[in-house]
Design a protein around this ligand. Structure first.
Ligand code: GLY
Ligand code: MN
Ligand code: MN
Length: 473
């Protein structure tokens, strides 16, 4: 974990921002896989990690704003636990590690909350995303599960977003560690993308790299020749020459900060002309976004800049036509890129998404579009130094969507549907980088992962020795 002063300072800022009441943070408990004692790998709640730092099961943290006190509730292990889990630190010692003086057995929390409620004090809590947390909060607060779900504290959500959206240098250093793992995962994936290899071989290998370098993947790996399916978790295809393979994968650092990178490569290592043409358009969109990212610019403007690049590029290869501004205005690009340019990233790969996307990506100056495609934009508000976000444009040829829009006569002035027919077997291309907004512009995080056509071809022509040895290629 970070130095205890980091957590003390975060909780003190939260007190200032919230002004009054009690903020209650329930850490996560183990989640059963197929029977109670067989559990998923433990993942602590990100908000608990942010304010209390402890990566342990079954704790609660409480910030008493009115009395300027912080509390940790949790149980010391007994002999049974020691036999199965080994010796564990005492709760009071864990509390001291994150600058907390007041620690108590977990059961004392119920009394504390009961007394606070009896004296009319406000208990703030964040939205829940696990049933166990909802049930526990309902028991503590004397409410139904439905009431708990319906009434998270908007004041606490806003205060937490305001803090977590600005990453400090300790957090950037953690993200950089996750980026190094992503570099290893993606360069390996590229080198393995040869005809005859089953996608699962690659997906399994790069997930193993993530684990071997210290953390689980930050989200289930997306890896497929069928890149037109945006979140494709099926890895059964045998790679074929002439197709492209999307790998969208990232890792968590030891302190649970994420990376989230996408690369798309031609199976076999050489782009054919059609692949190079479409790839270059996506790359131009990615690079134009990078040139534009700086404090003050609304990310929605950067999204539309990438969309404009895609329209211009697709006009250049005869798949789109007409006036670029009119096409953009009509949303014709959403046939090819039916998603947003990016999202915040940090302790969650889609950072703070559990708090409500509209609180994270939008504010009073910009509200969510209801238009197809643009409605999926997760981050639209003005950028500030310290934001970490993704830049992930794509072009996808989704046969069902092409057929539907054509049948509806949609975008007839802007799309060459006849030519598009011959791209229905193409798949999709996405290129994703993780970017820090700096005082003057931005910095692309991590060791650069091959991205230009020349860099990708060069990397794919130099197989890793162990990959060759293991017979993957
Ligand atoms: N990894 C999913 C995404 O790029 O948002
Ligand atoms: Mn991604
Ligand atoms: Mn992403």
């Amino acid at each position: 974990m970070f130095n205890k002063n980091v957590y003390i300072e975060r909780r003190n800022r939260l007190k200032k921002e919230l002004g009054s009441g009690i903020a209650l943070f329930l850490g996560n408990v183990d989640a059963a896989f197929n029977y109670p004692a067989n559990q998923y790998h433990f993942r602590q709640d990100s908000n608990f990690l942010y304010f209390f730092g402890l990566d342990h099961v079954g704790f609660a943290g409480l910030v008493d704003v009115d009395n300027n006190k912080d509390y940790l509730f949790g149980n010391d292990v007994d002999m049974d636990d020691i036999i199965w889990m080994g010796v564990q630190p005492l709760v009071k010692d864990l509390a001291a590690e994150v600058g907390i003086e007041h620690s108590s057995p977990y059961d004392d929390l119920a009394d504390f909350i009961k007394k606070a409620l009896a004296s009319g004090r406000k208990i703030h809590y964040l939205p829940t995303y696990r049933g166990e947390t909802t049930i526990e909060l309902a028991a503590l607060l004397g409410k139904s599960n439905t009431e708990v779900r319906a009434n998270p504290s908007v004041a606490l959500i806003k205060a937490v977003v305001k803090q977590r959206e600005i990453k400090d240098e300790n957090e950037i250093a953690e993200i950089e560690k996750a980026m190094f793992t992503a570099y290893m995962m993606h360069t390996t994936s590229m080198k393995m993308a040869m005809p005859g290899v089953v996608e699962q071989d690659i997906a399994g290998t790069i997930e193993g790299i993530s684990l071997a370098l210290g953390g689980p993947v930050s989200f289930p790996i997306i890896l497929s020749m069928d890149g037109q399916t945006l979140h494709n978790h099926s890895h059964h295809n045998v790679l074929e020459t002439g197709r492209m393979m999307v790998t969208d994968a990232g890792s968590e650092s030891a302190l649970h900060y994420a990376s989230d990178i996408t690369r798309t490569v031609p199976v076999g290592g050489k782009f054919n002309q059609r692949q190079a043409e479409v790839y270059q358009i996506v790359l131009d969109a990615n690079m134009n976004a990078i040139k534009a990212i700086k404090p003050g610019i609304p990310y929605r403007d950067v999204h539309f800049l990438a969309a404009r690049t895609i329209i211009e590029g697709l006009k250049g290869i005869g798949l789109m036509k007409g006036d670029t501004d009119a096409a953009l205005q009509a949303g014709a690009h959403t046939l090819f890129m039916p998603h947003g340019l990016g999202h915040m990233m940090g302790l969650d790969v889609h950072d703070m998404e559990g708090l409500g996307e509209d609180y994270v990506g939008y504010d009073e100056t910009v509200s969510r579009s209801t238009e197809f495609g643009t409605a999926y934009l997760r981050l639209a508000k003005q950028l500030k130094p310290g934001f970490v976000l993704t830049d992930e444009p794509g072009i996808y040829f989704i046969p069902a969507l092409i057929d539907q829009f054509k049948a509806e006569g949609k975008f007839m002035d802007f799309v060459n549907y006849d030519k598009l027919e011959s791209y229905k077997d193409f798949g999709g291309i996405r290129i994703e980088d993780d970017i820090l907004v700096t005082e003057n512009g931005n910095r692309v995080l991590g060791k650069p992962i091959p991205k230009t056509i020349a860099e990708v071809e060069k990397t794919m022509a130099e197989p890793r020795e162990w990959v060759k040895k293991e017979g993957f290629i």
